[in-house]
Design a protein around this ligand. Structure first.
Ligand SMILES: [Zn+2]
Length: 239
């Protein structure tokens, strides 16, 4: 945790600005907190939509404040941002549970998209898994929810940025595997794949494929944010 401490101290000493709007503040200013909490989670799907894309709920747009929070948490281990991001992920998970008509008494397992191996090695911090655990803790009073890191990279993938939707899908095809099939598909309950961001949908589609192939029941996916460019037709048909 040494690096985490230094990163947190750096945020305190140098980053006396709101992490979302950059006005002078520490952490997140009250206006940004209120604005983030006022976002309405909704169902979303990319255009074009990959075959096999799972039902997905997201907490909001990947706009500039959201980008700063997600990148700040991931790249600089700005740990003070984890509670808000975990809260937003929890609202997306709850939207998915509420709208997908999960069987009563179902148990849920949040499965974070694994970080690229090199990224975790250099940072020692799996940002998505951290947020999944926070979301699960918030959801637990309402539903039995746990977190399992069931997915692993089966082979290396190229950097996704700059690739279009079709290229991303080719890049990711068959790239994920379930870590331990012997963990017992039936004991995992309903799977909710979680990630910080959905863009073309290629990653969530590949994760859903890998989990389903291992015999698991995938309820859908939940993300903190969705990119406007790929999700222009965001609409909540469940309301
Ligand atoms: Zn702010």
């Amino acid at each position: 945790m040494g690096m985490g401490w230094w990163a947190a101290a750096g945020d305190l000493l140098l980053g006396a600005r709101c992490q979302a709007c950059l006005r002078p503040w520490w952490g997140l200013c009250p206006a940004c907190r209120a604005s983030l909490r006022s976002r309405t989670p909704r169902g979303t799907r990319p255009t074009p939509c990959p075959v096999g894309f799972p039902p997905t709920s997201t907490a909001g747009w990947y706009d500039e404040p959201m980008r700063r929070l997600i990148v700040g948490h991931k790249e600089r281990q700005a740990l003070g941002l984890a509670p808000m991001l975990g809260e937003l992920l929890a609202t997306a998970c709850w939207h998915l549970i509420r709208t997908r008509v999960a069987p009563a008494e179902a148990e849920f397992t949040l499965v974070p998209i694994p970080s690229a191996r090199a990224a975790v090695r250099s940072r020692g911090y799996d940002a998505t898994a951290v947020l999944a655990r926070r979301a699960a803790a918030l959801l637990r009073p309402a539903a039995p929810v746990r977190v399992r890191r069931l997915l692993r990279h089966h082979r290396g993938v190229h950097d996704q940025s700059g690739l279009d939707a079709a290229a991303r899908q080719r890049n990711l095809a068959d790239s994920l595997r379930v870590r331990d099939a012997a963990a017992g598909a039936t004991r995992q309950g309903m799977i909710i794949i979680v990630d910080d961001l959905v863009t073309t949908g290629a990653t969530l589609t590949e994760a859903s494929r890998a989990l389903t192939a291992a015999g698991m029941a995938v309820l859908g996916a939940a993300t903190i944010a969705a990119t406007r460019r790929h999700h222009a037709a965001l609409a909540d048909r469940t309301r």
